[in-house]
Ligand binder design. Structure first.
Ligand SMILES: [Zn+2]
Ligand SMILES: [Zn+2]
Length: 75
């Protein structure tokens, strides 16, 4: 695997999009991987410094995932 940004030997993979990146081009950002409703509060599990390629666009806030579920209903 080669780094997506510079073409060097990649040492990791972006948690968000799966692109391979080397250490030099690796960035980190919080990665939210589970969200659930607890009473009236949204709770989530997140990694604070998940590996990020810096190329892909990550939504700063959790987005409404209903569009994933409603895809089948529209037909
Ligand atoms: Zn690189
Ligand atoms: Zn990425």
């Amino acid at each position: 695997m080669r780094c997506w940004v510079g073409g060097e030997e990649a040492e990791g993979m972006c948690q968000f999009c799966g692109r391979a990146v080397c250490k030099k081009h690796t960035r980190t950002r919080p990665f939210l991987f589970v969200v659930w409703q607890d009473e009236n509060q949204e709770r989530g599990l997140a990694v604070e410094d998940a590996l990020w390629c810096g190329v892909c666009k990550v939504h700063p806030e959790p987005i409404d995932t209903n569009f994933l579920l409603s895809r089948h209903d529209k037909k």
